[in-house]
Design a protein around this ligand. Structure first.
Ligand code: NAD
Ligand code: TYD
Length: 351
C-alpha cells in the first residue's frame, strides 16, 4: 500500500485524540496530520504521549477558513481524511446555534471542496464521523438502523445531519470517495466535563450537586471511546465507499440509573460510605427539546466488518473513573477559566 497522508480534523478533542493515538501507533508508515482549532474542547495535553512520534504532525487550523483548509491539503498532499472537528455539545447549541452552523456545516463543506479539488487521481477516503442524534428521538421500542429517516431535533443534531447530507451529496454528485459513521454517546478518558459522565465524575469528586435534567428518565446508549476509535478504523479501512455504518454499544441506561451506578462506583473507589454521593443528586429544569431515547442497531457493522465493543460498560466506566482520579491536573486545567463561567451560566438558575 502506498504511504498515506491522513488528515484527522478535531484530533485534539475527546474522540479525536483517541483516534489520532490509534492511527499514529497502528500505522507507523503513514503520516497523521492532526488539524484542530484548539477551541475550549481541544487540548494538546491529550496527545503528549504521541507528539514526538515521527509520523505525527500538529497544525492549528480552523476549518471554517477555506483557504487555510486548501493550504493544508496542498502542503501535506493529504490523501485521506477522518473528519471529527465539530462543535459537539447539545446544551451549547441551544445557547448559540451559529457556531454549530459554521464549524459543522461550513467547515465540513470546506473540507469536501478541498478533497474534490485535490483528489483527481489515486486512492482516497473521506471518512465523516457523525452521531446517532441525526435520527431524532425514539420511543420505548425500536432501534436506529442505517435506513432510519433523518429527523434531527436540536441545533447540534441539525448541523450534523446537514453535514452528513453534504458528505453524501458529494459522493452522488462528484463521486467523492466518502464513508460515514453514526455513533451513540461515547465515554472515556480526556472527556471535557460538560457532558453527562465527566461532569458527574467531577462533581462527585468535589461533592457538588449532580444536576439531573427533568425526571432523569431519558435514555442513552453508551460506548467506550476506544471502541468507537476501533470502529472508525474498521470502517475507514474496510468499509464500503458511499456507505454509512451505525456504531453503538447495545448498552442503554436511563440518566438517573447511570448516575446512581456512578455514585456507587465512586463511593467505593473513594472509600466513602455507600449512599453518600447519591445524596448529591438534584433534579433540575429539563433541557429544551430533550430527546427521549437513542438506541443503535449496529448489525451492519458487526456482520460486514466483524466489529464489536471490546469491554463491558462496568469495565469501561471503572477505567474511566480511575483515569479521572489519577489525572487531576488535567481536570484542574480544563475546568479553570472559562469553564467556571460556562457552568454558572448553564446551571446557576436551573433549580
Ligand atoms: P469535542 O468537542 O471533544 O472535540 C471537538 C474538537 O474539534 C476539538 O478539539 C475542537 O478544538 C475541534 N474543533 C471545533 N471546531 C473546530 C473548527 N472550526 N476547526 C477546527 N477544529 C475545530 O468533540 P468529540 O466528543 O470528540 O466529538 C468528535 C466528533 O465525533 C464530532 O464530530 C461529534 O459530532 C462526533 N460524535 C461525538 C459523540 C460523543 O459522544 N461525544 C458521539 C458520536 C459522534
Ligand atoms: P450529554 O452528555 O450532553 O449528551 P447528549 O445530549 O448528546 O446525549 O447528555 C447525556 C444525557 O444526560 C442527556 O439526556 C442529557 C442529560 N444530562 C443531565 O441530565 N445533566 C447534565 O448536567 C448533562 C450535561 C446532561
Amino acid at each position: 500500500m502506498e504511504k498515506r497522508n491522513i488528515l484527522i480534523t478535531g484530533g485534539a478533542g475527546f474522540i479525536g485524540s483517541h483516534v489520532v493515538r490509534r492511527f499514529v501507533n497502528n500505522y507507523p508508515n503513514d503520516t497523521v496530520i492532526n488539524a484542530d482549532a484548539l477551541t475550549y474542547a481541544g487540548n494538546l495535553e491529550n496527545l503528549r504521549d504521541v507528539e514526538s512520534e515521527p509520523n505525527y504532525i500538529f497544525e492549528k487550523l480552523n476549518i471554517t477558513d477555506s483557504e487555510a483548509v486548501r493550504a493544508i491539503f496542498k502542503r501535506y498532499k493529504i490523501s485521506h481524511v477522518i473528519h471529527l472537528a465539530a462543535e459537539s455539545h447539545v446544551d451549547r447549541s441551544i445557547e448559540g446555534p451559529m457556531e454549530f452552523v459554521m464549524s459543522n456545516v461550513v467547515g465540513t463543506v470546506n473540507l469536501l471542496n478541498a478533497a474534490k479539488e485535490f483528489w483527481t487521481s489515486g486512492e482516497h477516503v473521506f471518512h465523516h464521523v457523525s452521531t446517532d442524534e441525526v435520527y431524532g428521538s425514539l420511543g420505548d421500542e425500536g432501534l436506529f438502523t442505517e435506513d432510519t429517516s433523518y429527523d434531527p431535533r436540536s441545533p447540534y443534531s441539525a448541523s450534523k445531519a446537514s453535514s452528513d447530507h453534504f458528505v453524501r451529496a458529494y459522493f452522488h454528485t462528484y463521486g467523492l470517495p466518502i464513508k460515514i459513521s453514526n455513533c451513540s454517546n461515547n465515554y472515556g478518558s480526556h472527556h471535557f466535563p460538560e457532558k453527562l459522565i465527566p461532569l458527574m465524575i467531577h462533581n462527585i469528586l468535589n461533592k457538588k450537586a449532580l444536576p439531573i435534567y427533568g425526571k432523569g428518565d431519558n435514555i442513552r446508549d453508551w460506548l467506550w471511546v476506544e471502541d468507537h476509535a476501533s470502529a472508525i478504523d474498521a470502517i475507514f479501512t474496510n468499509g464500503r465507499l458511499g456507505e454509512a455504518y451505525n456504531v453503538g454499544g447495545l448498552n442503554e441506561w436511563t440518566n438517573i440509573e447511570l448516575v446512581r451506578f456512578l455514585c456507587r462506583l465512586m463511593d467505593e473507589k473513594l472509600g466513602r460510605t455507600e449512599g453518600d454521593s447519591e445524596q448529591l443528586i438534584t433534579y433540575v429544569k429539563d433541557r429544551a427539546g430533550h430527546d427521549k431515547r437513542y438506541a443503535i442497531d449496529a448489525t451492519k457493522l458487526e456482520n460486514e466488518l466483524g466489529w464489536k465493543p471490546s469491554i463491558t460498560f462496568e469495565e469501561g466506566l471503572s477505567k474511566t473513573v480511575d483515569w479521572y482520579l489519577s489525572n487531576k491536573d488535567w481536570v484542574a486545567q480544563v475546568t479553570s477559566g472559562s469553564y467556571k463561567e460556562y457552568y454558572s451560566k448553564m446551571y446557576s438558575d436551573r433549580n
